[in-house]
Design a protein around this ligand. Sequence first.
Ligand code: ATP
Ligand code: MG
Length: 337
Amino acid sequence: MRPGSLPDRLAARFIELSGTCPNAMSQNDSSPRALPADVDETLALLEAGHYVADRSLSTVLYLSLALGRPLFLEGEAGVGKTEIAKVLAETLGRDLIRLQCYEGLDVASAVYEWDYPRQMIEIRLAEASGDRDRGALQSDIFSERFLLSRPLLNALQPHDAGPPVLLIDELDRTDEPFEAFLLEVLSDYQVTIPELGTIKAPAPPIVIITSNRTREIHDALKRRCTYHWLDYPSAERELEILRVKAPGTPARLSAEIVGFVQKLRETDLFKLPGVAETIDWADALTQLDKVALDPDSIDNTIGVLLKYQDDISKIQDSEAARLLDDVKQEMASLGAA
Ligand SMILES: Nc1ncnc2c1ncn2[C@@H]1O[C@H](COP(=O)(O)OP(=O)(O)OP(=O)(O)O)[C@@H](O)[C@H]1O
Ligand SMILES: [Mg+2]
């Protein structure tokens, strides 16, 4: 390959960046930290958590934190939506509370539930001891002692480390009534429990909502959030992600992997590979001691990248070889330009 071609430049960039890997957060360094003061600090915060963000994501995240609004992240699978909440909690030293959404998610699983078995035992004990004060018993069994907090209520309660990071993951999987309920919670950061009263957060949690857009989320909820569409990364950014997340991958191999995956994303496939698949593929090829891509290695490991048989049969064999050729040619011509 000619010097100065794109793979060479990407490989050089990889090596150059490898020397400046951001410091990992120390395991013990979990004390709460102040929110970033500007976009640059937000970028640095994400970098410290090994998250490679571009300026537009850092800007919208900074604004969400500064304005105290939930961040609504939409994007294809495996582009790093969930990871942002995890990194924020880690780098800010806050608790991470995760509400994984699914069809049929209800208040009992998302907000609170009364601990019925313990309430029954309390009633039996009261009966056995001859305690006949029904009013006192009722207010006792419907007190916080018998309340089981689920993620949303938990996020509204005081935390030693300061307001927690509340991750409401894959909201598009829930049904609309739950979405409407969530809207109420996010409007006032409070929930009302009929038997107990209203519980209000001492300070709003940092809220990250993700969706894979299997259905549209209602405008009313989106209006309360800052919105960001998380796209597949550019080649440069994906290479940087590999440097951080798959540091053992040889530089040349990383550059070719990124080139191939980027090319694959221009192909008509049922499910395009996300960043997660790129990282897995780099790990797999490194595990097989590969230092460069070749058609056979692609064919043998394509299942790490593509997860649908129709997609695999479309790419395997001649198409993989042709794509790899295309990638190399295109990169060489870009390098010559
Ligand atoms: N910009 C990035 N910087 C560093 N790592 C990233 C980045 N984007 C994605 N990753 C990595 O890719 C993997 C997948 O990310 P994540 O689970 O957040 O994706 P997702 O968008 O939530 O996917 P899904 O929709 O399938 O839940 C994680 O291991 C994460 O660390
Ligand atoms: Mg996710």
